[in-house]
Design a protein around this ligand. Structure first.
Ligand code: G3I
Length: 361
C-alpha cells in the first residue's frame, strides 16, 4: 500500500513538473520527461497515516463500494472511519425489534480488513429518529426501556469491533440550556447518564463520547458540556471523551480552536475533533470560486486545528475525523463550497499540507 501511495505521489509531482516546463517558453522538447525533479518540488512522502494521532473520515458504504478513487484515498490516508449515517437510529431501527444492519456491518468489516479504527456515530440524537419512535407513546420507564434495548442491541452487536461511540449527540442549545429533545421530554436530563451506562453495559471496553458542535464559538455551551462531563465522571458515570464536531469556517480564529480543545482536555478525557470541515463560502455566494488565497486561508485553519490538538497531552488525543472524504461528497451542499483536504478530483489541497506540516514538530 505504501508503494502505491509513493507511486501516486510521485506521478502527481511529475505531472506538476511537466506543466511548469510547458508554461515557461522556450521549451523545445515537449515530449521529453525531465531526468530529475526540479529542486523546488516537495519531496515529502508524509501522509495522514504519519500523523501523531489517528486521522479519519466519515464514510458512505456505496461510495466505498463503487468509487475506486474514493476507496483509494480512504485506504491510503485514513486510520479511522466513522459511518456518516449508517449507525444512526433512523438508518438502523426499522420498527420495534427490527433492524437493518447491512451498511453498518459492511463498514465494520471493511475497517477490520484494512486495519482501521471504527468510531460509532451516534446512539442518542434528537434527529434521524425513526417514525415508530417519534410516534411512540409510553411512560418514562417504557422510554428508558426502549432506549436501553436499542443501545444494548447496537453496541452489543459490535462489541470489540467498534472501538468508540458518540453516545449522546448535541444535547445542548448554544446558550447552554438543554435541548428539548424527544429523549429529554420523555425521560428528563437523566437520559444522558442512562445512555452512557447502557452503552458501557453493552461493551465495557468501548470509549464513550459526548459529541457536540459549537464549543469553539459559544462559551456558554462549552461551559455546559464541560460541567456535564465533569459532573457525570465525578459520579462514576463512564464518560471517556468529548467530541468537538468542528464544522468551522475559514474565518474561525486559531485561539477559538485552541481554547475549546483545551477546555475539553481540562475535563481529563479523550478529545476527538470528530466531524471537521472548513467551509470557505459561509456567506453562501452562488458565484463562489476557490481561489489560491482562499486555499491558503483554509490551509491555516487545518494547521491551527492540528496544532491545537497537539498542544494537549498526547494520551488525550483521540484524533481528527473529517466529515467526508473529498469536496464533492461533503454534506455542505446548500451553496458551492470546498471544505475538505481533498478536492472533487481526489487531489490533495493546500489544507492537506497544513495538517502534515504540523507532524513531528
Ligand atoms: O438515504 C436516503 C436516500 O435513500 C434518499 O433518496 C435521500 C433523499 O433525500 O435521502 C437519503 O438520506 C439522507 C442521508 O443524509 C444520506 O444521504 C437524508 O435525507 C439526509 O438527512 C442525511 O443527512 C445527513 C445528516 O447528518 C442527517 O442525518 C448527512 O448526510 C450527514 O452528513 C449529517 O451529519 C451530521 C452529523 O450526523 C451530526 N453533526 C452534524 C452533521 C452535519 O449535519
Amino acid at each position: 500500500m505504501q508503494t502505491i501511495a509513493f507511486l501516486f505521489l510521485l506521478s502527481c509531482v511529475s505531472c506538476g513538473a511537466k506543466d511548469d516546463l510547458i508554461e515557461e517558453p522556450p521549451y523545445e522538447e515537449p515530449n521529453e520527461q525531465p531526468d530529475e525533479l526540479p529542486e523546488e518540488q516537495p519531496q515529502t512522502t508524509t501522509t495522514f497515516k504519519d500523523a501523531p494521532y489517528l486521522i479519519g473520515c466519515a464514510v458512505v458504504p456505496s461510495l466505498l463500494q463503487n468509487n475506486r478513487m474514493y476507496a483509494e484515498v480512504v485506504q491510503e490516508e485514513m486510520s479511522s472511519i466513522t459511518p456518516e449515517n449508517a449507525l444512526k437510529m433512523g438508518a438502523l431501527s426499522k420498527g420495534h425489534g427490527s433492524y437493518f444492519w447491512d451498511d453498518a456491518d459492511y463498514l465494520v468489516e471493511y475497517a477490520a480488513d484494512h486495519q482501521m479504527r471504527v468510531h460509532g456515530h451516534t446512539l442518542i440524537w434528537h434527529t434521524d429518529i425513526p417514525g415508530w419512535v417519534t410516534r411512540y407513546s409510553g411512560t418514562r420507564e417504557e422510554w428508558i426501556a426502549l432506549m436501553q434495548e436499542y443501545i444494548h442491541e447496537v453496541v452489543g452487536r459490535y462489541q470489540g469491533r467498534i472501538a468508540s461511540w458518540d453516545v449522546v449527540n448535541e444535547a445542548f442549545n448554544d446558550d447552554g440550556t438543554y435541548r428539548k429533545t424527544i429523549w429529554y421530554e420523555n425521560i428528563g436530563e437523566e437520559y444522558i447518564r442512562l445512555a452512557f451506562e447502557f452503552a458501557h453495559e453493552a461493551d465495557p471496553a468501548a470509549i464513550l463520547f459526548y459529541n457536540d458542535y459549537g464549543m469553539e464559538y459559544s462559551a456558554a455551551k462549552r461551559e455546559a458540556i464541560c460541567t456535564l462531563v465533569k459532573d457525570l465522571r465525578a459520579e462514576g458515570v463512564p464518560v471517556h471523551g468529548i467530541g468537538l464536531q468542528m464544522h468551522i469556517d475559514m474565518y474561525r480564529s486559531a485561539s477559538d480552536l485552541k481554547a475549546s480543545i483545551q477546555a475539553a482536555a481540562d475535563c481529563g478525557v479523550w478529545v476527538h475533533v470528530s466531524e471537521m470541515d472548513v467551509a470557505c463560502n459561509p456567506e453562501k455566494k452562488t458565484d463562489f470560486t476557490f481561489t489560491d488565497k482562499i486555499a491558503q486561508q483554509q490551509k491555516a485553519s487545518y494547521q491551527a486545528m492540528s496544532e491545537a490538538l497537539l498542544s494537549i497531552p498526547a494520551d488525550q488525543c483521540f484524533g481528527i475525523t473529517f466529515w467526508g472524504v473529498c469536496d464533492v461528497h461533503s454534506w455542505l451542499t446548500s451553496a458551492p463550497d470546498a471544505p475538505l483536504p481533498f478536492d472533487s478530483n481526489f487531489e490533495k489541497k493546500p489544507a492537506y499540507d497544513g495538517l502534515t506540516g504540523t507532524f513531528g514538530k
